[in-house]
Design a protein around this ligand. Structure first.
Ligand code: NAG
Ligand code: NAG
Ligand code: NAG
Ligand code: NAG
Ligand code: NAG
Ligand code: NAG
Length: 928
């Protein structure tokens, strides 16, 4: 076996031709044409274009409606679903964008095309669109493309396959060798159909050697089974491989990775062997990106070239597999240049030939720009055979982070959060909003009063605007101090990227601080029994606790204090004796009491309002009865918190309260008991006692070292006094003396009465009453008078008559007057002697409280003229301490003649007695 291994100076082929038999194995007849898809068909959304060596089929999304689309190739009546491996093997490249626009690049040399003479190609395809009810819509496309400009070598790089086809006809090679053509004529070169049948048909393929880059021999069947496309047309050998096929390799070419598919095919017929060397090299890289520009470097010298003697005959740029001219390139800002070792294509980011797409990468918003440019080169080597080289190069930029901007337009005065989040691409939809209170769809949020809007910008991007009133429940209110509220809008935007429904989210938060708190206030009034407290809520609602005194408001207390409330106010009525009221001061006839109302905020324990109202409530604290009974109420006042009322006593520590509880002690005692002191002042009798903590019951305070402090004065001392003036108002001084000398003496009331009365007879058992006056008496009939201190039970008081006299007129100071008793003694001038009647002991309760005397009825005669037959009797009475000296101990002189009728008056002690004036009613001389 002789091997003839060729070393080739330029592209690939050395052929030894022995046979001449036409072979067009892929030529088949088509007998169905459903859609005459010449051009874009509005109705179906299908469009076909013949673009040189391939046909482009465009399927619009209006046809696919986002549904699954599948393509079939048609081989005669046979339907061949284009699986990825079959597509790569047979020359179909299928691409779609996210919205369901499809592009299919079908090589004219694909496995199934009907090839007429390598110049007319029928490409039939079927498009299956999944319908809703699992039905499929099927569209068929039949397209005839004419193309006869085949370069001796054509290389096509698509996204999924590499294809190389070479002329396999030896005549021309020889011809080329014999007479090299001028470069300019090369493209016009036409294959002739007169070439005899070559041995280089698939029938004659003996073996194939793949370079991996090591050589690997395979039989044709094995190569086909592995998935390589190997066919011959009338004039060409076509080889095809996917990028991921095992017998390909990567080579770094001037910094650009390229996938190399290199095969030497041996044809054998009888004794001769022909060898075709084919290579395809497709870039898989060479891209660089800036924010504005995509730069694609393609090696100027690539593995398809055998030398550097390259003549570039043409260099074109295309988009989506279609050439564009320089005017279009300029309009789009595309640049295609040659720079040192590279052809450099520059594509501005964002142009209309491509599209942006949103992505969520680790929940972060990113975008890519996608475009499929084409580079077409035509070159010759050594002035000889030409290569047409096309790369359809899908470019997807790396994920470019585009964190959305959160713009806060909130105007605090409007009390509405107003925020904008964006920009996003057209393909991003807002699905839901997550607030601390829950997740709401956009529709739900809008229904709730949250305004969610999509705003579109001119460049097609969009943003989402969210307006939420501060008052909305989704807004978190935090009170940072008593008057400042922070409103926080914390929202997670849930987005969806269409059409894939890729979720991602963005969380934003915005705070507004407002000094907008109207704190609750308390006000109150009182009447004689109650405090009336009104709480106005402010604008925090009832978000506070109430403390009355030291107690927090409980439901029981609410009932007790008759709490009423409406939307803005609350009122309560607190009786002044209720236990939440403190007593500040005692007065004889009133009690100063205070209610403390504290409003506090439970979360932060802030005091919102601290209110105190003190009022004097009428209350009889001390009573001085005329019969000498005194009563006193001692109250536990705020300033003596340790006081235990039942431990209080009077001056005599055995005199304990008649009644006590935790706040009150009530004493009732006779004026001559319990250590009561008695004092006579000018005109008044004073009884005084003190309420204190009894002996040994003083409150001891502990000093810091825990050693009992030296006992001090009792901390609690209530001095009460009853001042008596006869038949007059008594002044009672009454005060507590806790620690400070704050309390004031106040006035209390009582009555002590001295009367002059006329008895019916000398038994002094019945007396004339008011209605009996004027009393009528015969001349010289006896009149029995009694002057008596009523009611008092104090035996130490002695009533003494100082002067008694009779007048004609009611006015005690009128003249004429007749003295009856002078300085406590009978008037010795009186012809009708005044007689004192001693009081028999035990005949009355208090003998010292009364004096009795008798006179004879008389009339006033002046110059022997009887003026008027009536008299009034008057006395000056004096109350004195029976035990003290002075007027009470006076001795009456023996009866002596009175000189000149002049009275001799002794001075009465100023301090030891109490004078009273009493008079009788009218006594008339009986005319009978
Ligand atoms: C096309 O159909 C013919 C006849 O049915 C068959 O021989 C041929 O192998 C088919 N081509 C492909 C690529 O399947
Ligand atoms: C909210 O939307 C996001 C993004 O679309 C999604 O992932 C999430 O499940 C949605 N949440 C709810 C509760 O619907
Ligand atoms: C409390 O009430 C009184 C009388 O009703 C009123 O004069 C006073 O202004 C009130 N105080 C406040 C703080 O409202
Ligand atoms: C609520 O009560 C307050 C005081 O009790 C009163 O001034 C106010 O008018 C009441 N408001 C309403 C709405 O009834
Ligand atoms: C004195 O009068 C008061 C009030 O009337 C009475 O309660 C008290 O018992 C009387 N005292 C005596 C000793 O009669
Ligand atoms: C003395 O008592 C009488 C009878 O109760 C009364 O009318 C009179 O006003 C009293 N006098 C004084 C000064 O209070």
């Amino acid at each position: 076996m002789t091997w003839l291994l060729g070393i080739f100076t330029f592209w690939l082929l050395m052929v030894m031709i022995l046979a001449q038999k036409s072979s067009n194995v892929l030529s088949t007849q088509r007998n169905f044409n459903v859609v005459p898809a010449q051009n874009f068909n509005q109705r179906t959304g299908l469009k076909t274009d013949c673009l040189g060596s391939y046909m482009r089929l465009t399927v619009d999304k209006s046809l696919t409606l986002g549904n699954q689309v599948e393509f079939d190739a048609l081989n005669g009546s046979q339907i061949e679903p284009l699986t990825p491996s079959l597509a790569a093997k047979c020359g179909f490249s299928i691409d779609s964008d996210p919205w369901g626009n499809y592009k299919v690049f079908a090589s004219l040399l694909n496995c199934f095309a009907a090839n007429e003479d390598d110049s007319e190609f029928d490409v039939d395809m079927r498009i299956r669109v999944d319908g809703v009810k699992s039905e499929q819509d099927v569209f068929e496309v039949a397209k005839t493309c004419n193309y006869d400009q085949w370069a001796p070598r054509e290389v096509l790089c698509t996204r999924n396959y590499m294809e190389v086809s070479v002329n396999r006809l030896p005549e021309e090679i020889t011809a080329l060798r014999r007479r090299p053509m001028p470069r300019s004529k090369m493209l016009d070169y036409q294959w002739t159909s007169t070439v005899p049948e070559a041995i280089t048909s698939t029938y004659n393929i003996w073996r194939m050697v793949f370079f991996t880059p090591n050589q690997k021999a395979m039989l044709l069947e094995d190569a086909l089974r592995t998935g390589y496309g190997v066919t011959t047309t009338r004039s060409r050998l076509v080889l095809r491989s996917g990028y991921d096929m095992p017998d390909t390799y990567v080579e770094n070419v001037a910094g650009v990775p390229m996938k190399i598919f290199r095969v030497t095919t041996y044809f054998k017929k009888q004794w001769s062997v022909t060898m075709l060397d084919t290579v395809a090299a497709c870039p898989t890289g060479g891209l660089s990106f800036t924010d504005e520009m995509i730069t694609w470097n393609f090696p100027r010298f690539n593995p398809l070239m055998r030398s550097t003697q390259i003549s570039i005959l043409g260099m074109f740029m295309g988009i989506d597999g279609k050439q564009i001219d320089s005017a279009q390139m300029t309009a789009r800002g595309y640049v295609l240049t040659t720079v040192e070792d590279h052809f450099v294509m520059k594509i501005p980011m964002g142009g209309p030939d491509g599209y942006y797409k949103s992505h969520a990468v680790n929940n972060q918003y990113h975008i890519t720009y996608n475009i499929e440019p084409m580079l077409e080169l035509l070159w010759s080597e050594g002035g000889m055979d030409a290569t047409r080289y096309k790369v359809l190069f899908p470019i997807k930029t790396p994920f470019m982070p585009r964190p959305p901007q959160f713009v806060d337009f909130t105007d605090a005065d409007q009390r509405i959060f107003d925020v904008l989040l964006g920009p996003f691409l057209y393909d991003t939809e807002l699905a839901n909003l997550t607030f601390p209170t829950g997740v709401f769809t956009v529709a739900e949020a809008n229904a709730m009063g949250i305004n969610v809007q999509e705003q579109r910008f001119q460049n097609g991007s969009k943003a989402f605007r969210l307006q939420v009133p501060f008052a909305d429940t989704v807004v978190v209110r935090t009170q940072v101090d008593m008057t400042v509220t922070v409103y926080t809008l914390h929202v997670t935007f849930g987005f969806m990227i269409l059409p894939e429904y890729t979720p991602f989210s963005h969380t934003s938060s915005v705070d507004v601080s407002l000094q907008d708190i109207v704190l609750p206030t308390v006000n109150g009034t009182c009447d004689e029994e109650n405090f009336y407290v009104v709480i106005s809520f402010g604008n925090l609602g009832k978000n506070f606790n109430i403390k009355l005194g030291v107690r927090d408001m409980t439901p029981d207390l609410r009932t007790e204090y008759d709490i009423k409330e409406n939307a803005t106010h609350m009122s309560l009525t607190v009786p002044f004796l209720s236990s939440d009221v403190v007593f500040e001061l005692m007065y004889p006839s009133s009690l100063r009491a205070r209610i403390d109302v504290l409003l506090w905020e439970p979360m932060n324990k802030w005091t919102l309002s601290d209110f105190s109202l003190a009022c004097n409530f009428p209350m009889t604290m001390t009573e001085c009865f005329s019969n000498g009974t005194m009563s006193a109420l001692a109250v536990k006042v705020e300033s003596v918190p340790q006081l235990v009322p039942r431990q209080l006593t009077l001056t005599d520590p055995s005199c304990r309260p008649k009644f006590s509880n935790d706040r009150f002690a009530y004493f009732s005692f006779e004026a001559n008991s319990c250590g009561t002191r008695r004092k006579f002042y000018d005109g008044v009798v004073m009884y005084q006692n003190e309420i204190t903590l009894g002996n040994g019951l003083q409150v001891h305070q502990q000093n810091k070292k825990g050693v009992p402090a030296i006992p001090e004065d009792p901390e609690y001392r209530v001095t009460m006094s009853c001042f008596y003036t006869l038949n007059d108002t008594q002044t009672v001084a009454f005060f507590t003396k806790p620690r400070e000398n704050e309390p004031l003496p106040e006035t209390g009331f009582g009555e002590l009465q001295v009367v002059l009365r006329l008895a019916l007879d000398g038994s002094y058992s019945n007396f004339y009453v008011k209605e009996d006056y004027p009393v009528v008496q015969y001349l010289r009939s006896p009149l029995f008078f009694e002057v008596v201190l009523l009611q008092s039970t104090d035996p130490q008081i002695e009533l003494v008559l100082e002067n008694c006299w009779a007048t004609m007129k009611e006015d005690r100071n009128s003249t004429p007057r007749w003295d009856l008793i002078v300085d406590g003694c009978v008037n010795l001038d009186d012809h009708y002697e005044t007689i004192f009647h001693p009081v028999i002991p035990n005949s009355v309760p208090n003998p010292s409280h009364l004096k009795r005397f008798e006179i004879k009825m008389f009339t006033f005669v002046l110059n022997d003229v009887v003026f008027q037959e009536q008299i009034f009797v008057h006395c000056d009475a004096v109350l004195c301490d029976a035990e003290s000296d002075g007027i009470c101990k006076r001795q009456c002189p023996s009866p002596l003649p009175l000189k000149n009728g002049k009275k001799v008056r002794r001075e009465a002690s100023n301090v030891q007695s109490l004078g009273m004036l009493v008079s009788s009613g009218k006594i008339v001389l009986s005319s009978a």
